[in-house]
Write a protein that binds this ligand. Structure first.
Ligand code: PMP
Ligand code: GLN
Length: 382
């Protein structure tokens, strides 16, 4: 069989997790918490797992009560926009991963261009190419990784079908400001291009900055698929439950694909999430996430302060980027391998987020970890 993705190997997250297992290194590489979801969510899951009749196919677009609680929560979070209609604008997917794939499969035709900011989450490029699409990469400059909107304007062409944005951004933590959203709206005015807004880290915005979404901007909302994930917002990456919000005509196209991709998402997890979300009418859990992760960010940064690690700013998300130039002139992949083998800490080399392997000597730490894990890792890193 001739591979459709001959240049793609095992993902960098899997590679580094395997390396951590092989070497016994602390895994600050793959992005997942080393703590469990809130107790009330676990109890709800057990209760629903024991409830007769909660084990067959959920409705294709998702359990109605889960879509309703999501729509209500999103409505409260962005009161300047109408809440999404759970019947026609919210679709539950098997993580944001399935939503990304379903949107790309629904929208991208052979030869269509998709604008992607780099560094980019690893699945974007390959998933676009599997649809016959052509990724057009626009580089985000370090250390702030904010878009250069003139460069974006130059990259947009009549073939641009979709612009893929990710805010807060993996791996850098950069967060779109109101000016960025406005610039995106201006760049796309008069085009037919759609927007895929990957907002899986939407609650993880630090230092009092507002949580912003493509949904807040009327012109963007009309052309956007907005994705989020309970993996991030409930410390449950293994549950693989996420969702896509989009206007009815766009949602209809996503559902055409979703019904043949997974058809529906696991039923008891949807019941459990619906119950816990509905019980939290003030969104205390979601609103608490920024402080929860900001504390981890600050603790990790102070543990490494005054060492040779050059820590980049982290306005959002749960990753810390660092320059290691004070220790080594090696490429980032060999540095990451050496760090795991010799110092016992696994990280992700940032060149893995570039289609051309661009390497400026940066690695990524995940700080979604217990305080003791961060302390042990920092002692090794110091
Ligand atoms: N997008 C980004 C930017 C991510 O970091 C991740 C997961 N780490 C995903 C999408 C996938 O989300 P999920 O695990 O819900 O499929
Ligand atoms: N999104 C996670 C990260 O950036 C990894 C998810 C995965 O392993 N596919 O580390």
């Amino acid at each position: 069989l001739q591979s459709k993705l001959p240049d793609v190997g095992v993902s960098i997250f899997t590679q580094m997790t395997l390396l951590a297992q092989e070497t016994g290194a602390i895994n600050l590489a793959q992005g997942f918490p080393d703590y469990d979801p809130p107790q009330e969510l676990l109890e709800a899951l057990v209760r629903h797992a024991r409830t007769p009749g909660h084990h067959q196919y959920a409705p294709m677009p998702g359990l109605p009560q889960l879509r309703e609680t999501i729509a209500a929560q999103v409505g409260r979070r962005h009161p300047e926009a109408p809440a999404p209609d759970p019947a026609t604008e919210v679709t539950i997917t098997a993580g944001a991963t399935e939503a990304l794939y379903a949107v790309l499969a629904a929208v991208v035709r052979p030869g269509d261009e998709v604008l992607v900011f780099e560094p980019a989450y690893d699945l974007y490029g390959p998933a676009i190419r599997l649809q016959g699409g052509v990724p057009r990469y626009v580089r985000l400059p370090s250390p702030h990784f904010r878009p250069d909107w003139d460069a974006v304007r130059r990259a947009v062409s009549p073939r641009t079908r979709l612009v893929l944005v990710n805010t807060p951004h993996n791996p850098s933590g950069a967060v779109f400001t109101a000016d960025d959203w406005q610039a995106l709206a201006l760049v796309l005015a008069g085009t037919n291009a759609l927007v895929l807004s990957d907002e899986v880290y939407e609650h993880l915005v630090f230092d009092g900055a507002p949580r912003m979404s493509a949904r807040q901007h009327p012109e963007l909302r009309a052309r956007s698929f907005v994705l989020s994930s309970f993996g991030k917002s409930y410390h449950a990456t293994g549950w693989k439950v996420g969702y896509c919000i989009a206007p009815p005509a766009l949602t209809a196209e996503v559902r055409r694909v979703h019904q043949f991709l997974t058809f529906a998402v696991s039923t008891p997890t949807q019941y459990a999430l619906a119950e816990v979300l509905a019980a939290d009418a003030t969104d205390a859990h979601a609103r608490g996430l920024a402080e929860f992760y900001q504390q981890k960010r600050d603790a990790f940064r102070s543990l490494l302060a005054g060492t040779g690690w050059d820590l980049l700013p982290v306005p959002g998300g749960y990753f810390q980027l660092a320059r290691y130039g004070a220790f080594s002139a090696a490429g980032d992949r060999s540095f990451a391998e050496q760090l795991a083998r010799e110092k016992g800490v696994a990280v992700v080399p940032i060149s893995a987020f570039y289609h051309d392997g661009f390497d400026e000597g940066l690695i990524r730490f995940c700080f979604a970890k217990e305080a003791t894990t961060l302390e042990t890792a920092a002692a090794k890193l110091r």
